[in-house]
Design a protein around this ligand. Structure first.
Ligand SMILES: [Fe+2]
Length: 153
């Protein structure tokens, strides 16, 4: 079967995002599987609807997170999220009009659609989050050192 494999390179290092990306890939694989089994249009359509629903959930979660941490590039991410949501919606429509659906084609679509997003945008977001964490650690160390010094004097 034409599954999308999860590889370590896809991990961005932020637990919530990675867990949800895993789930997204699982759902995307269900779409490919349904097409591969030659299930009827309605069945394939149902799996794509699930993919769309989970995508909306995932993007909302990311958007909440970006808002909380005041991510400077959140404007760009929002634009990208709406584009990706529209893209999958358009694709669902396109497939529905077809007589037959090809699992290979679905795999290509999902791969480009999804990987493009993770590898660029979410990686950048993760770099920002992890850098902020590091800076917080440094800040804490400096404060701790200052306290130690104060005690010694
Ligand atoms: Fe994401």
């Amino acid at each position: 079967m034409q599954k999308i494999e999860w590889t370590e390179e896809l991990e961005v290092g932020v637990e919530m995002i990675d867990t949800q990306h895993h789930a997204l890939i699982d759902i995307a694989n269900n779409v490919i599987e349904a097409a591969e089994k030659g299930e009827d249009k309605e069945a394939v359509d149902k799996t794509i609807t699930k993919l769309r629903e989970y995508t909306v959930f995932h993007f909302n979660e990311e958007e909440k997170m970006m808002e909380e941490i005041r991510y400077p590039k959140r404007g760009e991410q929002l634009v990208e999220h709406s584009r990706l949501k529209r893209e999958v919606k358009d694709y669902q429509r396109l497939l529905y009009k077809r007589k037959e659906v090809s699992p290979d084609e679905i795999q290509t679509f999902v791969t480009e659609w999804f990987f493009g997003h993770i590898l660029t945008f979410d990686q950048e977001l993760s770099n920002f989050i992890n850098k902020t964490d590091e800076q917080e650690d440094v800040k804490e160390d400096v404060i701790e050192d200052a306290r130690e010094d104060a005690k010694e004097e």
